[in-house]
Design a binder for this molecule. Structure first.
Ligand code: HMH
Length: 224
């Protein structure tokens, strides 16, 4: 708490307040099964092909966050977010390589319901009425769920299958964690200067991301 009684880190406070849901998003049985080596490989392949489609939609979302950032008076966050956009190019190539390795044909994939729902949510952020604060906070939590989930799969004591390590390292690496921490710092700074309304919208988006992430894991494990 600072002198004004405002949380120093709004994001940390939300993670605490919504801890149960955060854990359902980051310790989902699908993730736990990757970590303990029992994952159903057809579920993993489903996740891989669906996430490739997701990331294609995510590109437009991150680009819209970048655009909102550039329109700020102080655009000092620009380089971090631009780095995020740039790394998605690499990520799409990674998906193509990985799909070839698993014999997954990306051209024939159609998005399942939870994926469509998530992509629709992301598209709503491209509207100019959505503030940079809300958009960048949403960006932070989307990346953080993957960082925390896949990071867990390579933490001490894991029995993750060697052929799944490249996936886990993509989002579980110390570099990706550092990047998520930069995004968190940006989000917290924006939230500290935002109106109560904007903070409320950002918290709602935070909760919605957790729900959508849970839905995405469910879809991957059971084709719902
Ligand atoms: C569903 N959430 C989903 N896919 C991703 N690739 C990320 C988050 C992180 O970029």
């Amino acid at each position: 708490m600072d002198g004004g009684g405002v949380e120093a880190s709004a994001t940390a406070a939300w993670m605490e307040r919504h801890r149960q849901m955060y854990e359902r998003a980051t310790r989902h049985p699908f993730i736990v099964s990757i970590r303990d080596g029992t994952v159903d490989l057809s579920a993993f392949k489903r996740w891989l092909s669906q996430d490739y489609m997701f990331v294609r939609g995510f590109v437009a979302f991150v680009a819209s966050v970048l655009l909102k950032c550039c329109k700020q008076e102080d655009s000092s966050d620009m380089e971090i977010i631009l780095g995020g956009v740039a790394s998605l190019s690499d990520e799409l190539s990674w998906f193509k390589n990985e799909a070839a390795k698993w014999d997954v044909d990306l051209a024939s994939v159609s998005p399942l319901k939870s994926n469509l729902e998530y992509c629709r949510f992301l598209r709503s952020f491209t509207e100019p009425e959505i503030s940079y604060t809300v958009a960048v906070t949403t960006f932070w939590i989307i990346e953080t769920v993957y960082q925390d989930s896949f990071g867990f799969c390579i933490e001490e004591g894991n029995k993750t299958r060697p052929e799944l390590l490249s996936t886990c390292q993509r989002w579980g690496s110390p570099e990706f964690k550092q990047y998520c921490q930069y995004l968190q710092r940006i989000a917290d700074r924006c939230l500290a200067n935002a109106s109560a309304d904007a903070v409320k919208s950002a918290e709602e988006a935070f909760i919605r991301v957790l729900e959508l992430e849970i839905g995405f894991w469910e879809m991957s494990s059971s084709q719902s």
